[in-house]
Design a binder for this molecule. Structure first.
Ligand code: DQA
Length: 150
């Protein structure tokens, strides 16, 4: 069975109570439950993790990259600073979709830069928990380079 890793960085354990006007009321457990249902319906297994420590994210990305397993990554604030996370992606060839709950480009200027986007397969931001679902659907979808079909 295909495994998809969903990796969450610092402060995302606080979802539900953290700045709800920006991040909403859903908890990380709520997001995991929704994704697990979608993944299960497609016969895919999910590994869902959160850490406040940069090195944990580096280690998990390396392992996923070496196993050839894709990653949905919300690196939180490390998105904007972490050369180590970028190098873990580049160094293992991990297939990563960068996600953000909020539209980082509509927020403070320090959130406009991502150290990760240049080595990510794609970036989804601004749709709350749906950002994660869209990323999962992108990984589940067959590669298409033709016109969309209804
Ligand atoms: C975030 C955006 C980051 O700028 C912030 O540091 C986070 C969450 C998001 O999901 O919108 O922790 O990645």
């Amino acid at each position: 069975m295909t495994t998809i890793h969903v990796l969450n960085g610092p402060n995302l354990n606080l979802l539900g109570t953290r700045e709800p006007a920006t991040y909403g009321r859903a908890t990380l457990a709520d997001i995991e439950t929704g994704l697990a249902a979608l993944a299960g319906a497609h016969g895919v297994s999910l590994v869902f993790r959160q850490s406040n420590h940069e090195g944990d994210l580096v280690t998990w990305i390396q392992a996923a990259g070496q196993a050839g397993e894709p990653v949905i990554l919300n690196a939180g604030a490390y998105t904007h600073t972490s050369i180590a996370i970028r190098d873990a992606i580049a160094g293992t060839g991990a297939e990563v979709i960068e996600v953000h709950l909020s539209n980082v480009h509509a927020r403070e200027p320090f959130r406009h830069h991502s150290a990760i986007s240049a080595v990510a397969k794609g970036v989804i931001a601004g749709f709350g928990p749906l950002s994660y679902e869209l990323a999962l659907r992108a990984l589940l979808a067959p590669a298409a380079d033709g016109p969309l079909t209804a």
